[in-house]
Design a protein around this ligand. Structure first.
Ligand code: NAD
Length: 260
């Protein structure tokens, strides 16, 4: 379905982003991977993905907390593949702490990565998408784009901000064949969540088992983690022609969490 298209997926060296990259590659899109991590492991991931899917897969390890790095990543993708048709803003980080003790530098870092980086990449990618008359922008939000939880002030604020950015871009791009949507997962079992379980246990004075049962299972009526494959399936659908009229949508995929 996506043969000849190019997709840039930020934060795709692990977790949700890596699976979205794999799913888009299986549909025929060439892929620019991005993220931080061990160079040898990332090269093995890149080469494996290329071998399994037969598309071209490249990697650029831009640190997206810097505005210039975001614009450079978009320019490098366009230069290497000749086009950037699908932009997935997925890189993100979390920090859990009561607001009175929330480290200011953590607030700044979360705002930079979870909210400002999508602004910078969209800003850089949109002109060529407009010229081409086709584009798909998908942001990875969170159930926390729609509702809050205590001790996550920066994350909740940034993810709510991402919802506002999504709607604004959707309006600006609507007449150019470009859609912009945000996927809002509930809890997915990835490194990001595993780290949160330990931090939440500390912030709430609970054991890790209690956090899984009383915090995570409490929030998600299905009592099951969302899977990366379910999220990737939604991303592929949003890239399809069937989703051409879906834009500016903040889409929960959260086991019923935000139905409360
Ligand atoms: P993850 O930690 O497995 O992946 C995060 C990715 O972002 C990695 O590839 C990492 O290298 C990259 N990254 C981190 N800092 C970066 C930086 N400064 N510059 C460039 N890349 C950077 O986490 P995940 O759970 O797959 O999270 C992906 C997205 O999904 C995030 O935006 C997160 O907020 C969102 N999300 C996750 C969950 C969940 O339960 N896991 C739920 C809702 C939303």
């Amino acid at each position: 379905m996506l043969k000849g298209k190019t997709a840039l997926v930020t934060g795709s060296t692990s977790g949700i982003g890596l699976d979205m990259a794999e799913a888009l590659a299986r549909e025929g899109a060439n892929i620019m991977l991005n993220g931080l991590g061990d160079a040898t492991e990332i090269e093995a991931t890149r080469a494996g993905l290329e071998k399994r899917t037969g598309v071209k897969v490249s990697f650029m390890g831009a640190n997206l907390m810097k505005a210039d790095a975001c614009a450079d990543l978009v320019a490098a993708t366009q230069k290497e593949f000749g086009t950037l048709d699908i932009l997935i803003n997925n890189a993100g980080m979390q920090f859990v702490s009561p607001i009175e003790e929330f480290p200011v530098e953590k607030w700044d870092a979360i705002m930079a990565l979870n909210l400002s980086a999508p602004f910078h990449t969209i800003r850089a990618a949109l002109p060529a998408m407009k010229d081409a008359g086709w584009g798909r922008i998908i942001n990875t939000g969170s159930a926390h784009s729609l509702v809050a939880s205590p001790f996550k002030s920066a994350y909740v604020a940034a993810k709510h901000g991402l919802a506002g950015l999504t709607k604004t871009v959707a309006l600006e791009a609507a007449e150019h064949g470009i859609t912009c949507n945000t996927i809002c997962p509930g809890y997915v079992s990835t490194e990001l969540v595993d780290a949160q379980i330990a931090d939440t246990a500390k912030a709430r004075g609970m054991t890790e088992k209690e956090v899984i049962q009383k915090v995570i299972l409490e929030a998600q009526p299905t009592r099951e983690f969302v899977t990366v494959e379910q999220i990737s399936g939604l991303a592929v659908f949003l890239c399809s022609d069937a989703a051409a009229s879906m834009t500016g949508v903040i889409l929960p995929i959260d086991g019923g969490w935000t139905a409360h």
